[in-house]
Design a protein around this ligand. Structure first.
Ligand code: NAD
Length: 239
């Protein structure tokens, strides 16, 4: 445990995309540091979420569904936007492109907007999920890359817009993390070998690797940080 175990005691944290993968890792970790966590997912996921975490099924690309998440929330200290999809090979179809952007980018904006008033009260924090594809292009995933470039710019813009409310807005940019989203890449040696050989730390990241950095950005240790896109990539970006 890298942090004091009551770091988020008395705090309510909302994590989207939290029924599996990185989001579940974040939700479990923040809960282990004392937070009351509400986890939003499209479905129940793969069972990696801790038993104590409250799950709300909702679709961040749907305005009414998102609004229902807030029906029984009356306080919020942090929002972590992990909901995201990728449709490798299909994103040159405009309707698929649009769907990916509507979940990854517009969904993030929708959650930030819906949380702003509550976070203003707590002087809280937002952490968004950027990606290596916030920096690089992706020939097979133009929608994903456009959405993640957008998440980085959205993060900087909301950092400015919300600063007057004392809400900090940052993002983490994970490298290659072993989750269901990247299972096909992990399983294909022709794709996983170049990823690992370019990653100086020489392994796939874990949801816990990302969760520690999210916890830091939500914590008072990052009180003077806003508008940052923090790579969590084993050195991939600088290699
Ligand atoms: P994952 O597929 O394992 O999990 C995605 C989660 O998002 C699930 O809980 C799912 O229910 C939820 N979700 C999907 N669409 C949703 C919607 N419309 N509304 C609400 N919830 C929805 O993915 P992951 O690998 O854990 O990725 C999580 C985030 O991290 C995504 O934003 C992804 O782009 C980003 N990311 C992942 C990697 C990686 O290597 N895995 C790298 C960089 C960034």
């Amino acid at each position: 445990m890298a942090f004091q175990k009551d770091l988020f005691a008395q705090q309510h944290v909302l994590v989207t995309g939290a029924t599996q993968g990185i989001g579940a890792g974040v939700a479990n970790y923040l809960a282990s540091l004392g937070a009351r966590v509400t986890a939003v997912g499209l479905d129940r996921g793969d069972g990696s979420l801790s038993a104590g975490v409250r799950v709300v099924l909702a679709d961040v690309s749907d305005p009414e569904s998102t609004q229902r998440v807030f029906d029984d929330i009356d306080s919020l200290d942090a929002l972590v936007n992990c909901a995201g999809i990728i449709r490798r090979g299909a994103e040159h179809q405009v309707e698929v492109f649009e769907k990916v952007v509507s979940v990854n980018l517009t969904g993030t904006m929708r959650m930030c907007t819906a949380s702003r008033a509550l976070l203003k009260v707590s002087r809280g924090a937002i952490v968004n999920m950027a990606s290596m594809l916030s920096f690089f292009g992706g020939a097979m995933v133009p929608g994903y890359a456009a959405s993640k470039g957008g998440v980085a710019q959205l993060t900087k813009s909301l950092a400015l817009a919300y600063a007057g409310d004392k809400i900090r807005v940052n993002a983490v940019a994970p490298g290659w993390i072993a989750t269901p989203l990247t299972q096909a890449l992990q399983d294909d040696p022709a794709r996983s070998k170049p990823i690992l050989s370019r990653t100086p730390l020489g392994r796939w990241g874990t949801p816990e690797d990302v969760a520690g950095c999210v916890a830091f950005l939500c914590s008072p240790a990052a009180a003077f940080m806003t508008g940052v896109i923090l790579p969590v990539d084993g050195g991939y970006l600088v290699a």
